[in-house]
Ligand binder design. Structure first.
Ligand code: FAD
Length: 434
């Protein structure tokens, strides 16, 4: 059992950790001042790659190609870069106990890590069907996707069951991206989800109709309005059938489950204030405990433009919140301060030849614009959300860089809309004028 002390510890080795380390390095840290502790065996990487390029049948993305911070066009921090910058990268190390009052963390191996300032960047973990007691959910080849080890299991299963049958449980972005990846790998894919349309937390019925028809045209079967209620397995333990609550059953060589995630806050329960399922922070990602910050998926922070506390599970926020926390820490040390975090929510996803971006808030009435015909070889359409006469959210499939920038400006400026009909008619040119 060893004891080590650092001025700063970043707990977690995901997207936020990578961007926090980059910000520390660019502001300057002395050798031995900063440690990144991660239970993963690899240096921080851009997690979104796992459900996209990582699963391509040819030319698949592999590390070190997508270490942080390439996702935002920044410097790639290879494992050796941390050492060169004086940062200690402590991998394959799970912290199992945190004592925020004593400023210490204890690993599964019993090592103790002391800090002066802690940044919690533990992210989320997937919800598992076994947590809900679904019968047979522990069968082999029922897979989840969060970390690179999970992605390797998916790749292994794709290779072992070449051209087989896959059932994807869940209709969120993980379900949509995984269904596309499996289809591209020549699997016979069926998606199953309980809601009336895919991505219901963001998409309107109109937007979802485009993606569902596009997917169907690509050969993905979609079963809505029911859930997987049980699984049966071959004698070797591998899944072979999914039972649906509506009485149907589906053959399956692989099942991928994407039914949501929960923030990893358990280590800190009772020690720090929480809000909306996450660790409550201020606009500098400071928690209720002195010298403890929380960033990325675990943070519930003030979303200034909406006057509301939110938790955001998306990569853009994980990058920006990490940078904000480190800037605030460094500024405070010099007796200064940084501006409050003023975040514009931004999400994106890519699958098949599709690529969409969304900015702002999806509340109020919505209108569609452009060509949302799924048979068009280059679909380009969008949507606006209007609340109290103002455009508060903007979405576009197939937008150019400039068009996406214009949408971001709209969502930030929240301009008045004459009418929903006018917005439909003007389409992207409405955004271009802002
Ligand atoms: P994470 O990146 O999850 O990192 C958390 C880290 O903490 C992990 O390394 C974990 O092992 C480590 N950790 C946790 N607990 C401990 C412990 N006790 N001890 C040591 N280490 C610990 N967002 C988008 O906007 N667009 C996308 O297209 C998109 N695609 C995605 C695809 C996939 C497959 C996944 C899983 C997520 C995707 N996201 C996407 C969401 C985005 O990746 C997350 O919001 C982001 O990674 C959150 O960053 P984070 O640093 O908070 O958490």
């Amino acid at each position: 059992m060893a004891e080590k002390s650092f001025k700063y510890i970043i707990l977690g080795g995901g997207v936020s950790a990578g961007y926090a380390a980059k910000e520390f390095a660019s502001q300057g840290v002395k050798p031995g001042e900063l440690a990144v502790i991660s239970k993963e065996a690899v240096a921080p990487y851009e997690r979104p790659a796992l459900s996209k390029g990582y699963l391509f049948p040819e030319g698949a993305a592999r590390l070190p190609g997508f270490h942080c911070c390439v996702g935002s066009g920044g410097e790639k921090l290879l494992p050796e870069s941390y050492k060169q910058k004086g940062i200690e990268l402590i991998l394959s190390t799970e912290i199992v106990k945190a004592d925020l009052a004593a400023k210490s963390l204890v690993s599964a191996a019993g090592d103790v890590f002391k800090y002066e300032t802690l940044i919690i960047a533990t992210g989320s973990t997937v919800l598992r069907l076994t947590d809900f007691g679904v019968k047979g959910a522990d069968s082999k080849n029922i897979l989840y996707l969060r970390e690179i080890d999970d992605a390797d299991k998916v790749v292994e299963a794709i290779q072992a069951k070449k051209g087989g049958k896959a059932v994807v449980v869940g209709g969120g972005y993980i379900g949509l991206e995984l269904s596309a990846a499996l289809r591209i790998n020549n699997f016979d894919v069926t998606m199953v989800f309980p809601e009336p349309w895919c991505m219901p937390r963001l998409f309107t019925a109109d937007i979802a109709a485009f993606y569902e028809t596009y997917y169907t045209n690509k050969g993905v079967k979609i079963i809505k309005g029911t859930v997987a209620s049980g699984f049966t397995a071959h004698p070797n333990g591998e899944v072979n059938e999914v039972q649906l609550k509506d009485g149907r059953s589906l053959e399956a060589d692989i099942v991928i489950v994407g039914v949501g995630a929960k923030p990893l806050t358990a280590l800190f329960k009772g020690q720090v204030e929480e809000d909306k399922g996450g660790i409550k922070t201020d606009a500098f990602f400071k928690t209720s405990v002195p010298d403890v910050y929380a960033v990325g998926d675990v943070a519930t922070f003030p979303l200034k433009m909406y006057g509301d506390m939110r938790r955001v599970e998306h990569v853009d926020h994980s990058r920006k919140s990490a940078e904000q926390a480190v800037k605030a820490i460094k500024a405070a040390e010099g007796g200064g301060a940084v501006e409050e975090y003023d975040y514009l929510p931004f999400f994106y996803s890519r699958s098949f030849d599709l690529s969409w971006q969304f900015y702002g808030d999806n509340v109020g009435d919505s209108v569609l614009f452009g060509d949302s015909n799924p048979s068009n070889p280059k679909p380009r359409f969008g949507a606006y959300w209007v609340q109290d006469g103002k455009v508060v959210g903007a979405f576009m499939e197939g937008g150019s860089g400039d068009e996406n920038k214009a949408l971001a400006k709209v969502a930030k400026a929240r301009p008045a809309a004459e009418s929903l009909e006018d917005l439909t008619k003007q389409g992207i040119s409405f955004a271009a004028k802002i």
